[in-house]
Design a protein around this ligand. Structure first.
Ligand code: FMN
Length: 380
């Protein structure tokens, strides 16, 4: 029988359930199905682990992962070269960070399922200066009764990138922020934080200048606009990229006021509206978090992705929202001055640059980002 407590519990979780249940237009797949009980019913432990890995944070939600399943216990991860971001991420550095996050979630899920993931990175060498068809990782899943489960596993399906304004009246609790930073300090990586201070004010200003520079750089703007999925139909059709949905978006789209063409014009009403939504995100950042390694090798980029995923999961566990802000970490010529300014501010160098910067605070719950589903990643 349903008790009053059960009803209250249901009401408390209803917004999250509504988000996960976001129904797709008739005949199209549910864009957030992958977030519901990932791996349930899978008898192959590789498919169970991979169903979690595809929930990893990754740049522009391109999900650039191709997967082979040779033999009985092996996985080979290669980059999907059709899903790179050549304008804003010319060396594929951010794409590789997203692959690191993928491997971390795979590892957490394998442990939960009683398996050790033996991961060999770049088995045919580190591709430079850009990724090629060589594998990112060869993984073997070995059954191991002694493998330790990781408490961060529990937060995989609740983790989000949060593009809401954060609560300016509430600074992240010091112990929580310290735990997020500690989660990222692995394998020789450096992770730092800055809370409400002159430094935070300078960073708010700098990240906002990064946003406006991207807007003023046609090729960079186009790369972002190309991955915008406007309205429920586009979201369910592609199940990748950055979703713009809700009744207001559908209405503006129907009225012809929100289109890809309008978004390519930096002076359009649509982009003025976009700036009015994004500027408060910079202005309400109560704290920032950033990471770098000892060098800028592909192995370090993978380690940063793994550690960022852990930091994002630790934040989730502690009720903190995170939102990477990468514009001035990008390596295209038109933003080089802001890149240099930000690296200098955060202690990055040419040999060991800052790899990730995120704002962190308390924000409203957001819906999960779409995923294409495991079958879309498996090589035929
Ligand atoms: C290397 C990297 C850079 C990112 N940079 C940004 C960014 O500049 N702005 C942003 O809104 N999200 C950024 N993200 C977050 C992704 O857009 C996000 O992970 C993706 O859309 C999937 O959403 P999810 O994290 O909620 O699953 C970044 C993620 C990664 C891994």
């Amino acid at each position: 029988m349903l008790s009053r407590r059960h009803v209250l519990m249901f009401l408390a979780t209803a917004p999250a359930l509504a988000g996960l249940g976001a129904c797709a237009p008739a005949g199209l797949p549910d864009p957030v199905a992958a977030w519901r009980t990932p791996g349930a019913g899978e008898t192959d432990p590789r498919r169970h682990a991979l169903a979690h890995a595809i929930l990893a944070p990754n740049p522009h939600n391109k999900q650039p992962w191709l997967i082979d399943l040779p033999g009985a216990d092996e996985i080979v991860l290669t980059p999907d070269l059709t899903r790179m971001l050549p304008v804003t991420d010319p060396p594929n550095r951010q794409i590789v960070i997203g692959c690191g996050a993928f491997l971390e979630l795979l590892d957490l899920a394998a442990r939960e399922n009683g398996h050790r993931a033996e991961i060999s990175l770049w088995p045919e060498g580190e591709p430079q200066p850009v990724l090629d068809t060589r594998p990112i990782a060869h993984i073997r899943l070995v059954k191991d009764a002694g493998v330790a489960k990781d408490p961060l596993y529990r937060h995989i399906t609740a983790r989000r990138t949060n593009r809401e304004p954060f609560d300016v009246t509430r600074l992240p609790a010091a112990a929580d922020l310290d735990a997020v930073v500690a989660a990222a300090r692995r394998g020789g990586l450096t992770a730092e934080k800055l809370v409400e201070s002159d430094g935070v004010a300078k960073l708010r200003d700098l990240v906002w200048r990064g946003w406006t520079r991207e807007m003023a750089t046609p090729a960079a703007l186009k790369e972002s606009v190309d991955v915008m999925r406007i309205g429920a139909r586009e979201i369910a059709t592609h199940r990748d990229g950055i979703s713009m949905d809700g009744p207001m978006i559908e209405a503006l789209k129907a009225l012809g006021m929100l289109s890809r063409e309008a978004m390519l014009d930096p002076n359009s009403q649509a982009n003025k509206q976009g700036a009015a939504i994004w500027k408060p995100l910079a202005e309400t950042a109560p704290a920032f978090f950033w990471m770098r390694g000892a060098d800028n090798s592909r192995a370090t980029q993978i380690a940063v992705g793994r550690a960022y995923a852990r930091a994002n999961l630790e934040a989730t566990a502690r009720g903190l929202a995170m939102h990477p802000w990468s514009m001035a970490l990008q390596e295209y010529p038109e933003i080089a001055d802001l890149y240099a300014e930000q690296q200098a501010m955060l202690g990055g160098t040419a040999a060991a640059p800052v790899q990730m910067l995120a704002r962190i605070g308390y924000g409203r719950d957001v819906k999960p980002a779409p995923r294409r589903g495991l079958s879309e990643h498996l090589k035929a």
